[in-house]
Design a protein around this ligand. Structure first.
Ligand code: PLP
Length: 235
């Protein structure tokens, strides 16, 4: 049994996001909640869906496919891939997700484009950037971002939506804001370089740093534990 009331914590998360947007002087509809359901059972995803959540983030391909298979009756659900993406998993992701937030290599971009079923329309992608203070080794270096964006912009099966980052955790608001500000500035430059691309997305901010991300312009905040409670260790 989950140790949290998903309906209540989802409501709390929405209120938290709305408050953060208001405090940042932003339109309360200008950022969205991505419910990160990795390691959570399909039943928990269903509960959140029934409480009105439509967008879910998953990190592990096989686990996500199993969950999706148990939830095929939820027509309006939208799946986002937010984990590290290896070449041998690109086909499954191209076929079973609407978004990828973690694209950081040309080779993966070309595979996703080639494998995207035309009937599904373009895959929405964010380029993951390794800005200063990054926790992980994933993500393209800021200096290499323009070249990667140039490639993605030539692939009609991919829709270049924006940037994503995953900074090292910090308790200080000022420290939290720095990498998010950097990502915002990188997106602004990319918009000038690719005026035709629908670059409207900053995927940044998690349970511990949502407010900082919203102050810097986040449009997707990715919340896991704040909605579903603690994750069990992966088997
Ligand atoms: C797990 C994860 C999250 C959610 O983290 P929480 O701390 O559970 O809110 C967000 N983004 C990514 C990329 C993740 O892997």
């Amino acid at each position: 049994m989950p140790d949290v009331n998903i309906v209540e914590s989802l409501e709390d998360a929405r209120n938290r996001l709305r408050t953060a947007l208001t405090n940042a002087g932003r339109d309360p509809a200008s950022a969205h909640l991505l419910a990160v359901s990795k390691t959570q059972p399909a039943a928990s995803v269903r509960q959140a869906f029934e409480a009105g959540q439509r967008e879910f983030g998953e990190n592990y391909v096989q686990e996500a496919l199993d969950k999706q298979a148990a939830l095929t009756d939820l027509d309006a659900i939208v799946w986002h891939f937010i984990g590290p993406l290896q070449s041998n998993k690109t086909r499954a992701v191209a076929e079973h997700f609407q978004w990828v937030h973690t694209l950081d290599r040309e080779r993966i971009a070309r595979r996703l484009a080639a494998q995207r079923p035309p009937a599904l329309g373009p895959l929405d992608v964010c380029l993951q950037v390794n800005v200063s203070g990054e926790a992980s080794k994933s993500g393209v270096a800021p200096a290499d971002l323009p070249a990667l964006a140039d490639v993605v912009a030539t692939l009609p099966q991919l829709r270049l939506r924006g940037l994503m980052t995953l900074p090292a955790p910090s308790d200080e608001l000022a420290t939290q804001r720095r990498p998010f500000a950097e990502l915002r500035e990188l997106l602004a430059s990319l918009r000038q370089r690719h005026p035709q691309a629908p670059l409207d997305t900053l995927s940044m901010g998690m349970s511990g740093d949502l407010e900082a991300a919203v102050l810097e312009g986040a449009t997707w905040v990715r919340l896991g534990t704040a909605i579903f409670g603690q994750r069990a260790p992966r088997a």
